[in-house]
Design a protein around this ligand. Structure first.
Ligand code: PEP
Ligand code: MG
Length: 576
């Protein structure tokens, strides 16, 4: 039995067999062939080259129509690798000489090529290594007759163990046989972790060397509460975990008693408790857990795991469904928040040194108004089907808000000219997740209908801590005095301008922080649906006055650990 520590990403306990998902690497067998097989192997090679060429051209076409000619040209270099006579001839001549299967020969030649390029002191040629590697993998995959890696086809219920899982890998686990997952890298508020929470998959991330220490088929306990993974547990540990599972169920049942009651404080203040969703299919879970609305609908997941871009009609149908199902409760649709750690297969974005600081969210949408406006039109059209609001991610200052609103006005005009109805009074909010927006909340509050604090990003940007990097996870402190002061400033500015302010980052669903946020005056809390009953239970156990004094005391501390300790103690006291 071995115990390894990581970062608790999504609560719950899960026990099952390890299913290791490799980086896309193949085991290539070495097979001796007969003279008579040589033409067959050459034909195999030619077919793999043709198939690979077709794949690349298809990809290039898609990118050219989605993103433009320039981005599509990246793949010209890939096509050139495919046409490299030296490479092709060397494979064929070695095949004839060595009489081994073509996949093995190709892999050997590829390795040699890459090592030659790696030694050349020329930046341009060095960069070509990535192209050769990429195309080489495609050819190998086609030579071996394998499909591209997919997590969507798991047959047994397993615990997925991977070096990293992209949010789109995680999205593919949606309703699949995944009982839990463990990754080598990642932080608590990486989108992979957030997805795990909403899919109710216990997860531990940032477990260094998990993929080295865990073998295929090992029995694993994933403890998403403490952030530990136990490999091949002994009987005593297994029994104790089964008991913990039962205890957790007991606590959950206590909280569930509050799920359908209003979130009223003991002194009669009504707090809005909403849910975060990534897929329309989560709506039933929101209702089941007593959610009174949707405070964050992360629409970018709609673009993932599909070959084409969603059409306006696709968007419209999804938003209409969510609006109707949740009506009369509000649904806040967050416009496309692409970039950071969320990449979409349809957009081959240029590689950036710091994607979280780069071309993401509203910046991307303002630069691609046709993609943005299509989504806005769909939201507007669906706004007559329920209580829809919209908000923009990553607003860094008033000018961005104005530019986004200008495109929104154009979308409204287009609908008006076609006499398509929409809610003329639709509320438009700004996410406050960049420190510059937090500091100028008073200015933004003049032109936004509401605020929603994106604490996941606000913390990473204000503390300069990459939210997806396990190495600096210890510095990711929601209770840092700087973060608390920024949040206080946002809430006070919103209230001065008479607008509502919510929070849809993970912090809002953490009970000890929620106590402080309540006291600071937060109007709306949005969180993964599963956390709602506990938060409702908590709010019903405390008066606003009590929370205000907790917040005041919390603001007086100089370190995050003092705040944490204090808030945890208060929480224990309140929940007894
Ligand atoms: C946030 O940043 O807090 C947020 C809710 O948005 P996301 O996690 O999708 O970046
Ligand atoms: Mg964010």
């Amino acid at each position: 039995m071995i115990q390894i520590k990581g970062i608790a990403a999504a609560g719950g306990i899960s026990i099952g067999a390890a299913y290791k998902v490799g980086k896309e690497e193949f085991i290539v067998p070495k097979v001796i062939i007969l003279d008579a097989d040589i033409p067959v192997q050459i034909q195999l090679f030619e077919e793999a080259l043709i198939r690979t060429r077709r794949e690349i051209i298809e990809l290039q076409k898609r990118i050219s129509s989605d993103m433009g000619q320039e981005e599509a040209q990246i793949f010209d270099a890939h096509l050139l690798v495919l046409e490299d006579r030296m490479l092709i001839e060397e494979v064929i001549s070695r095949l004839k000489k060595d009489k081994l299967n073509v996949a093995f020969i190709f892999q050997e030649v590829l390795k040699k090529y890459i090592s030659v390029f790696a030694k050349i002191e020329d930046e341009y040629l060095k960069e070509r290594i990535a192209d050769i590697n990429d195309v080489g993998k495609r050819i190998l995959r086609n030579l071996l007759g394998k499909e591209a890696r997919s997590l969507g086809e798991l047959k047994d219920r397993v615990i997925v163990v991977a070096h990293d899982l992209s949010p789109s890998d995680t999205a593919a686990m949606h309703r699949k046989n995944v009982a839990g997952f463990v990754t080598d890298i990642g932080g608590k508020t990486s989108h992979t972790a957030i997805m795990a929470k909403s899919l109710e998959i216990p997860a531990v991330v940032g477990v260094e060397e998990a993929t080295i220490k865990i073998n295929q088929g090992d029995t694993l306990i994933v403890d998403g509460v403490l952030g530990i993974v136990i490999i091949n547990p002994d009987e005593e540990t297994l029994n104790s975990y089964h008991a913990t599972e039962a205890r957790l169920k007991g606590v959950t049942e206590k909280f569930l008693s509050a799920k359908d009651l209003p979130a009223l404080t003991l002194d009669g203040n009504k707090i809005e408790i909403n849910a975060n969703i990534e897929f329309p299919e989560e709506v039933p879970a929101v209702k089941l857990h007593g959610g009174e609305g949707i405070g964050l609908y992360r629409t970018e997941f709609f673009y993932m795991n599909r070959k084409d871009l969603p059409t306006e009609e696709d968007h419209y149908q999804a938003y209409k469904y969510v609006a109707e199902e949740m009506s009369p409760y509000p649904v806040i649709i967050r416009t496309l928040d692409l970039g950071g750690d969320k990449f979409l297969s349809q957009f081959q974005l240029p590689h950036e040194m710091h994607p979280f600081l780069g071309w993401r969210a509203i910046r991307f949408c303002l630069a691609r108004p046709e993609i943005f406006k299509l989504q806005l039109r769909a939201i507007l059209r669906a706004s007559v089907c329920g209580n829809l609001k919209l908000m923009y991610p990553m607003i860094s200052g008033i000018e961005e808000l104005r530019q986004a609103n200008k495109i929104l006005e154009e979308a409204k005009d287009e609908l008006r000219s076609k006499s398509i109805p929409f809610d003329e009074d639709i509320q438009v909010g700004a996410m406050i997740e960049v420190p510059s927006a937090a500091m100028t909340a008073d200015i933004l509050a003049q032109e936004a209908d509401f605020f929603s604090i994106g604490s996941n990003d606000l913390i990473q940007y204000s503390l300069a801590v990459d939210r997806a990097n396990e190495k600096v996870a210890y510095l990711y402190e929601p209770a840092h005095p700087a973060v608390l002061r920024l949040i206080k400033n946002i809430i006070d500015s919103a209230h001065k301008a008479n607008i509502n302010v919510g929070m849809c980052g993970e912090m809002a669903g953490e009970p000890s922080f929620a106590l402080i946020l309540l006291g600071l005056g937060l109007d709306e809390f949005s969180m993964p649906p599963q956390v709602i009953p506990e938060l409702k239970y908590l709010i019903r156990s405390i008066s606003l006055k009590q929370a205000q004094s907790i917040a005041e005391e919390a603001l007086g501390f100089s370190t995050s650990s003092q705040v944490d300790e204090f808030a945890q103690a208060k929480l224990k006291e309140i929940l007894k």
